[in-house]
Design a protein around this ligand. Structure first.
Ligand SMILES: Cc1cc2nc3c(=O)[nH]c(=O)nc-3n(C[C@H](O)[C@H](O)[C@H](O)COP(=O)(O)O)c2cc1C
Length: 245
């Protein structure tokens, strides 16, 4: 039998097989970030088809970090709806992780109702957005939003939380010297740039005593030999690192 069908574990999360549906933005949410009726239908097809772990499409931790039709996890009001989703997946013997994200500059004023923000005011060529530079207060608020969102993920019955560190969204913007030109403690190579997500990750278990496995979606491993060398230290504290390319 192929190893694909063998049981495995990510941290404390046991999986019935190795068929993982990678995080995929479904565009199946209403304006308030609640799942539409299409989302449970999709997940039901996935688990009935044998997928052992679903990682949801990215869900926003704060309203200024979203794109249209993205699921939200920025309010306790979302919890009962996600409970229905996690129950559905569990009834079919599979596991489900929620991926949480802040889009940073990779959105539009139209989508969030205010000027998007980013580590530095560098124009995004995909959305044509020129963001404003985040204040220290913004950064603290976003870290707190990740931690609070992770608690909601747990309270909604998800088995794990995945931090989206890839694809040019906010955390990735901090990690990339092109988008992070800050001179304060949040900038600089391998130090300030890492600080935001290290603190994010540390905040998660600390946040209200929660401990969820957190696989991590990243893309730097292939980007830069330095990261490769530092991989062990970089992975420290994360249960799994997926390459997001
Ligand atoms: C339509 C679409 C939406 C995606 N949405 C997300 C997402 O929300 N979060 C994420 O981390 N990756 C997202 N991805 C990337 C996938 O998770 C995956 O990393 C990528 O498709 C490469 O996987 P592969 O090497 O198995 O093809 C998306 C990919 C596609 C095609």
């Amino acid at each position: 039998m192929s190893v694909l069908f063998e049981k495995t574990k990510i941290s404390s999360m046991e999986l019935k097989n190795r068929l993982v549906r990678s995080a995929t933005y479904e565009s199946m949410a209403d304006r308030e970030g609640f799942p539409t009726e299409d989302l449970p239908k999709l997940y039901e097809r996935l688990v009935k088809g044998g997928v052992g772990l679903i990682i949801t499409g990215m869900a926003y931790v704060a309203r200024d970090g979203k794109v249209d039709r993205m699921n939200g996890i920025d309010s306790d009001k979302h919890i009962p709806e996600y409970r229905k989703l996690t129950d559905l997946v569990h009834q079919n013997g599979s596991k489900i992780a929620m991926q949480i994200n802040h889009t940073g500059r990779q959105t539009t004023r139209k989508a969030i109702g205010t000027q998007p923000m980013a580590p530095s005011a560098v124009k995004d060529k995909s959305s044509f957005t020129t963001p404003r530079e985040m204040t220290e207060g913004d950064i603290e608020r976003v870290i707190e939003a990740f931690a609070t969102a992770a608690k909601r993920v747990k309270d909604s019955g998800f088995d794990a939380v995945q931090i989206h560190g890839a694809h040019g969204y906010l955390i990735n913007q901090f990690l990339n010297p092109h988008t992070n030109r800050r001179k304060d403690k949040w900038g600089g190579v391998n130090r300030g740039q890492d600080a935001i997500f290290i603190r994010d990750l540390q905040a998660l278990p600390k946040a209200r005593g929660q401990r969820l496995p957190y696989p991590y979606q990243d893309e730097r491993i292939r980007q830069n030999e330095e990261w490769d060398k530092n991989r062990r230290g970089y992975r420290n504290g994360k249960d799994d690192v997926r390459n997001g390319i």
